[in-house]
Each structure stands twice: as structure tokens, then as C-alpha cells.
Design a protein around this ligand. Structure first.
Ligand SMILES: Cc1cc2nc3c(=O)[nH]c(=O)nc-3n(C[C@H](O)[C@H](O)[C@H](O)COP(=O)(O)OP(=O)(O)OC[C@H]3O[C@@H](n4cnc5c(N)ncnc54)[C@H](O)[C@@H]3O)c2cc1C
Length: 381
């Protein structure tokens, strides 16, 4: 599968599976297994796996384009997809000797959804510092942890889980593990009833003395922190920016349609023809949306050809995308007035979904802290 085919498939699924169900899934907080099935059948779950692993071997450019296309129809599904791609990258980067062959085979075949379970109730958004600690048991470990939010909780076939290494001496001496869905002791600990992204099952999960054999240890002990920053963080930040872009594009499209089709009958004009203020708001939304697209292109270029400024771009792009999505969807709420507020259109769902990006770790605040510290030459952690 090449880039254009992947994007065409994503657009086809967005139009035929995601868009018709998005409103109802949002209302009911229903995870879309249909969407995951469709993504699997289309080969998109293995998009970033190399050809020798049965995947399409496509890179960040295609991942970002596919994610944005999905988000334009339903950001919840796009979020499920991006967490899967981040988990796939982490599984693929497993230390030699890890038993990931069957999992990668299932992912390539479109039958396996994975996700990241990093955030913990104890350290909250500081995912780089898990408070749970693995307990050595023979060659393997036992994990006991409270994971505060896990996208696709209860629906994924595996979870990439962080925990402090058994002999950790510092707060970032973590290890990553691959935990299969059926592992005894692993359970969904509560419901997901978020303001936005309501259809992505981001529920809390508990690991209760969960036995993990040594062949499911993805990193060397204590190397989890380095892996988190180097492997899943860049696609996570790129993917959340792509979700933001999809939301912005949907807000521009929805607002444009509203301003063209809704009329002041007493004036004989559409809203767009009648009101310069609305035209100015729409123009600003378009400018910010295209600006975000350009930022994402720039980050893709940095990831394809890594250089000194790459990590800075990884941090900046997610921070900027979070603000852009909130700004553009807020402008759409104002431009579409009571019709948006009364939920006559999908704008308010976009507005609610757009608020997730900035609070997902690394949060917008933390990113701004990191960026400024990096510029000032201060240590980040
Ligand atoms: C929809 C959704 C899906 C999610 N999916 C996953 C998932 O699949 N896997 C996963 O591991 N996690 C997931 N998370 C968790 C997410 O990544 C964050 O850990 C979580 O949103 C943090 O919320 P909190 O209330 O614990 O933040 P807190 O840590 O309590 O932060 C509260 C506020 O303080 C600010 N703050 C915190 N630290 C600093 C700092 N050092 N400097 C400046 N400001 C700071 C934050 O920006 C925030 O505004 C998800 C969250 C959401 C909302």
C-alpha cells in the first residue's frame, strides 16, 4: 500500500463507517468496534509496520494524513488509531528476545489493536514517573498499578504498560511491558464519561499482581523512560496534532456550510453574504487551520530527516496544535451561534473533542515548560 492508497482508504472509511455513526457514538459514549474492524480490514492497523513484518512500511507523513482524515469524521476513532500506532512503534522497538512476533503478525493481519497505558493515578500527567513498581518473580515480574486513563480500555488486544523497574533507584527508572488483554489481574476499573472524545473508551485500568513473563518485557530494566521519549512520544505528538488538524478542518467545513445554507429571509441573504464579522471569523479559522497543516508538514519533514531541532519541533507542534484546535472550534461555536450551541450541528462535538489534546500528557503547560527550559539550556527533568 502506498501513501495515496492509504489516504484513500482512510477517507473511504471516514465517510462510510465513521461519519454516519459519530453523533450517536458520541452521545452514548460507545466505542466503535466497527471502525477498528474496518481499519484492520483495510490494512491500516499495520500501516507503519515494515514490509518484512507484513505491514505497509509507511512513515510519519502517511500516519499523519490518515489520522487527520479519520479525525475529520470522528476524533474518537482517530485517537484510538494514533494510540495504536504509538504502541506498535514501541512493540516494534522491543529489545532482542522479546516475544512480540505473534503480536506483530496479528497487527499486520488487522486483527490486533494495541494502546499505551502510561499515566498513573499517583503521578497524574507526569507519565515519565510511574509510581507503581514491578516486583521480581523468578525471571518475570508481577505488576500492580492504577492506570488513570487508557484509550481503548477493554477493547484493545494488548497494552504497553510502564512501571518502575524492580530495582529502580530514581523516579524515571521505568521498564515497559507488553500485557495481553486476557492477562489475569488486568481489568477496566471504571467507566469513561469524558467531556469530549467520548467514544474512545479512555477508562482507568488496574493491574492487580499481574504476572508478566520475562519475554514480555519490552525494554531493559530502567530503560523505559528513554524509550518513551524516543519511540512513542514523537508519533504521539504528531498524531495528536493530526487529530487537531482534522477537527479544525471539520470546523471550517461545518461553519462554511452553515454560513452558506442558513439565511436571513427578511434580508434575502445567507449569513455569510450578510455579515462581515462571520466572514472574518471564518477567514481566521482557515488561516489557523492552514498554519497547523504547515506545522505538521514541518514536523513530518523533521521526523523523516532528523536534525538538531527535531525534538523541539516534536514539543512545539503538539503545544501549538492543542491551542489551534481549541481556538478554531471556539470560533466555529461563535460563528454558528445558537444553532451550534443547541447541538443542531456537529460543531459542539468538535469543540468538546478539541479540548482533549491540551490535557493529554505531555500537556500543553508541560510542553511550554519543556520548550522554554530547552531554549534556556536548563535540564528538562
Ligand atoms: C481523552 C483522554 C485519553 C487519554 N488516554 C491515555 C492513554 O491512552 N494512555 C495514557 O497513559 N494516558 C492517557 N490519558 C491521560 C493523559 O495523558 C494525562 O495523563 C491526563 O489527562 C492528565 O490529567 P490529570 O488531571 O492527571 O493532570 P494533572 O497532572 O493533575 O495536571 C493538572 C494541570 O496541571 C498542569 N501541570 C501538570 N504538571 C505541570 C508542570 N510540570 N508544569 C506546568 N503545568 C503542569 C497540567 O497541564 C494540567 O493543566 C488520556 C487522557 C484523556 C483526557
Amino acid at each position: 500500500m502506498d501513501h495515496d492508497t492509504a489516504l484513500a482508504k482512510a477517507n473511504e472509511i471516514a465517510g462510510s463507517v465513521l461519519a454516519p455513526a459519530a453523533r450517536q457514538n458520541d452521545r452514548e459514549g460507545r466505542f466503535s468496534a466497527d471502525a477498528v474492524d474496518a481499519l484492520g480490514r483495510a490494512g491500516l492497523l499495520g500501516l507503519t509496520l515494515p514490509a518484512e513484518r507484513g505491514g505497509s512500511g509507511l512513515g510519519p507523513r502517511s500516519f499523519a494524513a490518515v489520522t487527520a482524515a479519520l479525525a475529520e469524521a470522528d476524533a474518537s476513532v482517530a485517537m484510538v488509531y494514533l494510540m495504536h500506532v504509538c504502541a506498535v512503534a514501541t512493540i516494534l522497538a522491543a529489545r532482542p528476545g522479546t516475544a512480540v512476533g505473534q503480536t506483530l503478525h496479528e497487527i499486520a493481519a488487522g486483527r490486533h489493536l494495541s494502546t499505551l497505558a502510561f499515566s498513573e493515578a499517583g503521578s497524574r500527567s507526569h507519565f515519565w514517573a510511574p509510581v507503581s513498581r514491578a516486583r521480581q518473580s523468578g525471571a518475570g515480574v508481577h505488576l500492580t498499578a492504577k492506570k488513570s486513563w487508557v484509550t481503548s480500555a477493554g477493547h484493545a488486544q494488548s497494552y504497553v504498560v510502564s512501571s518502575l523497574a524492580p530495582d529502580a533507584t530514581g523516579p524515571t527508572d521505568s521498564t515497559l511491558y507488553l500485557v495481553p488483554a486476557g492477562a489475569p489481574g488486568l481489568s477496566v476499573a471504571g467507566p469513561w464519561d469524558g467531556l469530549g472524545l467520548r467514544a474512545n473508551a479512555s477508562a482507568p485500568m488496574t493491574l492487580d499482581d499481574c504476572e508478566i513473563p520475562s519475554e514480555f518485557r519490552l525494554t531493559e530494566d530502567g530503560a523505559g523512560f528513554k524509550t518513551m521519549l524516543e519511540v512513542p512520544l514523537p508519533p504521539f505528538n504528531l498524531g495528536t496534532a493530526a487529530v487537531a488538524l482534522g477537527l479544525c478542518r471539520a470546523a471550517v467545513a461545518g461553519t462554511t456550510a452553515h454560513l452558506k445554507s442558513t439565511r436571513f429571509e427578511h434580508l434575502g441573504q445567507s449569513l455569510g453574504e450578510s455579515l462581515p464579522t462571520l466572514r472574518a471569523q471564518l477567514a481566521m479559522m482557515q488561516i489557523d487551520t492552514d498554519g497547523l497543516a504547515a506545522r505538521i508538514d514541518d514536523l513530518v519533514d523533521h521526523l523523516e530527516r532528523p536534525r538538531e531541532t527535531t525534538m523541539l519541533r516534536v514539543l512545539e507542534t503538539k503545544a501549538a496544535a492543542g491551542e489551534a484546535a481549541i481556538g478554531v472550534t471556539s470560533a466555529a461555536m461563535r460563528a454558528c451561534g445558537g444553532a451550534a450551541f443547541s447541538r443542531h450541528m456537529n460543531i459542539e462535538r468538535l469543540f468538546r473533542d478539541a479540548h482533549a489534546g491540551a490535557v493529554m500528557a505531555p500537556t500543553g503547560d508541560v510542553l511550554r515548560e519543556f520548550i522554554a527550559k530547552a531554549i534556556l539550556g536548563m535540564p528538562l527533568f
